[in-house]
Design a protein around this ligand. Structure first.
Ligand SMILES: Cc1cc2nc3c(=O)[nH]c(=O)nc-3n(C[C@H](O)[C@H](O)[C@H](O)COP(=O)(O)OP(=O)(O)OC[C@H]3O[C@@H](n4cnc5c(N)ncnc54)[C@H](O)[C@@H]3O)c2cc1C
Length: 296
């Protein structure tokens, strides 16, 4: 039973295409946007024990099936957005804070190390779940501690040692999600940090199809190589299935040309993986997470 006292926004049969950067995905039975942390705790405490749960930040690394999600989606972006400086070198950011805001907040306070987050179109929760990174930087080396929440609304404080962290991979305790993180940063110069942010954003704009619906890089880079190089070498730039296209600008991006279905994208991902394996012998591993049923 969902408590009448909850203050957030509950939407029924909400199309998830509105909540993902690929602009695809069928409806969620329920989508909840908590008013704040206490409200989230109250909402979770009222959920049935078998209710399927999916957490979404900005939806910039998920491929959600056209059939949608038969449970409750907790959306954090624009909701859990508190951020503060804790002491000389640490900041606290809730799961829904955008990566760009965290990078700018830190640089304004003369704290450096997370400038790379400025160009990642996700939330702190998503960055923790994916160990998001760019230009040699990664999220977890800056994590001092996290607070997680479970499906009963119970909050736990956990050190980084409690997690198995790798390249675009984090093993999370089953049934726990990220509520917030404390990040430990270094002292630096605000102007230099802001110049670095601008430089990284310019580099991104020059090399990636920014502004078109995508999920960023679809595949992880294999050791010692680049997925984009292998995909281009397999002659796949510009390959289309339905409304999905391998970006002519950056081969590891798949673009929704406007009317792609999740199934078009899933089929194009599979085709790229198989063709690259056939031509190079390397089997690429997707970075993007599939949610739901993709059977024909
Ligand atoms: C144009 C573009 C460029 C990109 N560039 C980069 C890049 O340079 N580097 C990079 O690493 N990624 C990049 N990405 C991918 C994506 O932005 C990152 O993976 C980002 O960290 C995802 O954050 P999100 O909030 O959108 O997560 P979502 O896509 O909403 O979720 C991703 C996964 O995390 C889980 N999750 C979300 N919130 C929580 C939470 N609070 N607790 C537990 N689990 C949670 C979800 O269930 C899902 O499994 C790019 C994407 C785009 C569209």
């Amino acid at each position: 039973m969902i408590d009448d006292a909850v203050r957030g926004e509950l939407r029924i049969d909400e199309p998830l295409a509105r909540h993902t950067s690929w602009r695809v995905g069928g409806p969620a039975a329920r989508l909840y946007r908590p008013a704040d942390r206490d409200d989230l705790i109250a909402f979770l405490a009222g959920l049935g024990p078998d209710e399927p749960l999916l957490w979404l930040g900005l939806g910039s690394n998920v491929l959600i099936s056209d059939r949608g999600f038969p449970g409750t989606v907790i959306e954090t972006q624009g909701c859990l957005t508190a951020m503060e400086r804790l002491d000389a070198t640490r900041i606290r950011a809730e799961a829904g804070v955008s990566c760009a805001k965290a990078a700018r907040f830190a640089s304004r306070h003369g704290l450096i190390g997370i400038e790379f987050l400025a160009g990642i179109p996700g939330t702190i929760g998503g960055a923790l779940a994916m160990n998001a990174g760019a230009w040699g930087g990664e999220t977890w080396p800056h994590v001092a501690l996290v607070r997680t929440i479970d499906r009963h609304g119970e909050v736990r404080e956990r050190p980084p040692a409690d997690f198995e962290v790798g390249y675009r991979h984090v093993r999370i305790h089953a049934g726990e999600w990220f509520l917030e993180a404390e990040l430990a940063l270094s002292h630096g110069d605000t102007e230099a940090a802001q110049a670095r942010i601008r430089e990284l954003l310019d580099r991104r704009a020059a090399t990636q199809p920014t502004g078109l619906p995508s999920c960023g890089s679809v595949f992880r880079n294999p050791p010692g190589d680049h997925a984009a190089r292998l995909i281009e070498a397999a002659g796949l730039k510009g390959r289309r299935i339905g409304g999905a296209e391998v970006s002519p600008k950056h081969a590891n991006f798949i673009i929704n040309l406007g009317d792609a279905s999740a199934r078009d994208i899933a089929r194009l991902i599979d085709l790229v993986r198989d063709e690259v394996e056939r031509t190079s012998g390397i089997r690429l591993i997707p970075e993007v997470r599939r949610v739901g049923d993709f059977e024909p």
